[in-house]
Design a protein around this ligand. Structure first.
Ligand SMILES: [Zn+2]
Ligand SMILES: [Zn+2]
Length: 346
């Protein structure tokens, strides 16, 4: 099969012909119809993720058709249209048994712990636990765009952030994660403030539900601005970018007993950022992480999409071919364009 391969961290990936994957006994092979481009792929390529062994095929936001299933797989067969969370749970450990597959002790991640979906085919283990059926009307590009950023934001806003109607929610960073969070929190009746460095992204944030915007490049004190707009601070706030400054601001702009959810990855030199611990104690703030979403939790989100309450297709950015993926991947370290780029031609 054709795949995007890198043999050294930080060196340009190339298109190569590699052996087709075979299904594990409890796994499937999926013919990839769409795969999203994500900043995590860039982190992986740069060598910030110690789970990767070389040579490597990246890609973890995928949708496609099952073409082969191992003999222990009972719920899936060739021809099924599916997607999969980026953190694939084993289905057997304590966390999986308690419903928390997103933090499985033995999780695998396509495109990180094994070869991913920047390829014509990808193998996924523990298929019965992890595959998600696509609604009939959903396009593959939309389904692929859910895989990492949209589902992570769904869990961050709904399950971890516990956003309620009428609350103020601050979203720091309007890339794929941030825009997803803005759409989801708005659909739940929250008042969302979008924060970014570019007016273009802030305009788009308004279109999908933000009631206020802050351009951090022209606002000297973002924390003060959020407190002014919200009359005291956000109830829930999220660092959707993953940077010491946005993380700090997201905690510091909370009102008393507010909740901060960290979604943007903090890797390499950013792994141990400063936190305003004095305020966390005095205000009884909650600091939460959010790491993907369990396959079984997709149903609520899929129903909201089916009924038009969420429109992830609006967040799909440019569509490219696999041949264009190496250059696009290397560019992910810079500022993204609006929306989620997706490979749709293989
Ligand atoms: Zn597990
Ligand atoms: Zn991703």
């Amino acid at each position: 099969m054709k795949a995007v391969v890198f043999e050294k961290f930080g060196e340009a990936p190339t298109i190569q012909t590699v052996p087709d994957p075979k299904p594990a006994a409890d796994g499937v092979v999926i013919k990839v119809e769409a795969t999203g481009l994500c900043r995590s792929d860039w982190h992986g390529w740069m060598g910030h993720d110690d789970g990767i062994t070389l040579p490597h095929v990246p890609g973890h936001e995928l949708a496609g058709v099952v073409v082969a299933a191992g003999k222990q797989v009972s719920r899936w067969k060739a021809g099924d249209r599916v997607t999969v969370p980026f953190a694939v749970g084993c289905g057997r450990c304590f966390e999986c048994s308690s419903g928390n597959h997103q933090v499985c002790e033995h999780q695998t991640q396509p495109g990180f712990t094994g070869w991913g979906s920047f390829a014509e085919y990808v193998g996924i283990e523990h298929a019965d636990t992890n595959l998600v059926r696509l609604p009939q009307e959903m396009e593959y590009a939309t389904a692929a765009s859910l895989g990492c950023r949209f589902v992570t934001s769904f869990r961050a806003i709904v399950d971890q952030g516990r956003v309620k109607p009428g609350e103020w929610v601050a979203v720091h960073g309007c890339g794929g994660v941030g825009l997803s969070a803005i759409m989801i929190a708005s659909s739940m009746g929250a008042n969302v403030i979008a924060i970014d460095l570019t007016d273009e992204k802030l305009e788009f944030a308004k279109k999908i539900g933000a009631v206020a915007t802050i351009n951090a490049s022209t606002t000297p004190n973002v924390v003060k601005a959020v407190k002014q707009i919200t009359n005291g601070g956000a109830h829930m706030s999220m660092d959707a970018l993953g940077h010491p400054t946005t993380s700090f601001n997201s905690i510091a702009n909370l009102r008393r007993r507010g909740r901060h959810v960290q979604v943007g990855l903090m890797l390499g030199e950013h792994a141990r950022p400063q936190v305003p611990m004095d305020k966390i104690i005095a205000y009884e703030l909650e600091i939460l992480g959010s790491h993907g979403m369990q396959a079984y939790r997709y149903q609520a989100m899929m129903d909201m999409i089916h009924n038009g309450k969420l429109k992830p297709e609006l967040l799909v950015g440019k569509k490219i071919s696999l041949d264009e993926a190496p250059a696009a991947l290397m560019a992910m370290g810079g500022f993204e364009g609006i929306g989620i780029g997706v490979v749709t031609k293989f």
